[in-house]
Write a protein that binds this ligand. Structure first.
Ligand SMILES: Cc1ncc(C[n+]2csc(CCOP(=O)(O)OP(=O)(O)O)c2C)c(N)n1
Ligand SMILES: [Mg+2]
Length: 364
């Protein structure tokens, strides 16, 4: 007797891309992207992202900043997602989302300050609702779910956007977060930056899943894969997802496929483990180059604009470095200032010991 079983659930994960590596359209652009101003903005912010990022690495190399996680080569993800968010939405980032911070109006010097070891970098001048950068892997997903629950409780139409790396999706925190988001139909978007490496661990050693977006299926959370080096695909997928989320349809996952074209952080040397042929392949997939090629082919960008942009960006970054270097250092006791609203008694004691050891020369 042959056993009979019927299909009770099926799923598929789609992949979206508009611009190929040569800057050619792979399909017609939707209405939302038929907007030269928006396309130029996406391009300009990716260039700003790359320029400020290279400077951050240089600052670390010259002893002027601490360990820094570059977003070099992955600019399309942060910029594309951030540009599709509304100002009142809440960004709950991890450490490779500089582009989202910048395109939302965050300051470059805030990023330099944070990685220079100064917590004042997380006290954003304008983006008061956005969260500080999370370094403990996947913890930000749980924070995002908490914020989304609060927004739902208050019946607001805002959305929460959080990012996570491919390696981070192996953690329990990620699965717990998407599960609760699904059960409660929370207004939260999870963006997976699949750069194919978790420091030196390749994706193939993280999971047997064909896609990371499909991890959401088990939690009832729909998702899709996009070309993470195509800022247009990242923007459009985010825009569509946020529209659904605001309409109360619940959480969503976007897996953005890219490659880590930089060291994991300035404390790493990727040449020791990334196959050089992969690096060569992905060099050709550069997100900035392909958009520039496309814009030029549409007569939306020329050499003059390119020169003016690079001059402007160089000036902006130099100003940010100046602002970063000019801010007076905090007193040593500042290490006690940022975790608790009211300091617990044992930390008050430690603070007193520190103050005493600093002697009379210390002024708070
Ligand atoms: C809870 C926790 N465990 C370990 C680390 C050390 N760590 C820092 S980055 C990283 C790899 C993360 O890889 P992935 O999630 O793919 O993000 P990517 O850095 O590639 O953007 C690890 C293990 C950490 N920061 N937090
Ligand atoms: Mg990774």
């Amino acid at each position: 007797m042959s056993l009979q079983s019927s299909i009770v659930a099926e799923f598929a994960i789609t992949y979206m891309r508009f611009l190929d590596a040569d800057g050619q359209l792979t399909q017609d652009l939707p209405e939302s992207l038929n907007n030269p101003e928006l396309l130029r903005k996406l391009y300009e912010y990716m260039v700003l992202n790359r320029t400020f990022d290279a400077k951050a690495v240089a600052l670390q190399r010259t002893g002027k900043m601490g360990t820094y996680p570059s977003s070099g080569g992955q600019e399309a993800i942060g910029v594309g997602v951030g540009a599709a968010m509304q100002q009142g939405d809440v960004l709950v980032p991890y450490y490779r989302d500089h582009g989202a911070h910048l395109v939302r109006g965050g300051k470059i010097e805030e990023i330099y300050l944070l990685w220079g070891g100064d917590e004042r970098g997380s006290d954003f001048a304008t983006l008061k609702q956005d969260f500080p950068v999370a370094v403990p892997i996947a913890s930000q997903c749980l924070h995002a779910v908490g914020v989304a629950k609060a927004i739902q409780y208050r019946k607001q139409t805002r959305a929460v956007v959080t990012f996570i790396g491919d390696g981070g999706t192996s953690k329990g925190d990620f699965y717990e977060a998407i599960n609760l988001a699904g059960v409660c139909k929370l207004p939260v978007l999870f963006v997976i930056n699949n750069n194919q490496w978790a420091i030196s661990v390749p994706l193939s050693e993280q999971t047997l899943c064909k896609t990371l977006a499909q991890k959401g299926i088990a939690a009832g959370v729909p998702g899709e894969q996009v070309d993470g080096n195509d800022v247009l695909a990242v923007y459009e997928a985010t825009r569509n997802a946020l529209k659904k989320i605001r309409a109360g349809e619940g959480p969503y996952i976007i897996e953005a496929l890219t490659y880590r074209m930089c060291d994991h952080t300035t404390a790493d040397d990727a040449k020791r483990y990334q196959p050089p042929e992969d690096v060569e392949t992905y060099k050709k997939e550069d997100p900035i180059l392909r958009l520039r090629t496309y814009l030029a082919s549409q007569k939306l960008w020329d050499e003059e604009q390119e020169k003016a942009l690079y001059a402007q960006v160089k000036h902006t970054v130099a100003q940010a470095v100046h602002a970063y270097e000019s801010i007076p250092a905090q007193p040593p006791t500042a290490i006690f200032d940022y975790l608790y609203a009211t300091l617990p008694h044992d930390l008050i004691e430690q603070r007193d010991v520190l103050l005493a050891s600093l002697g009379e020369n210390h002024h708070e």
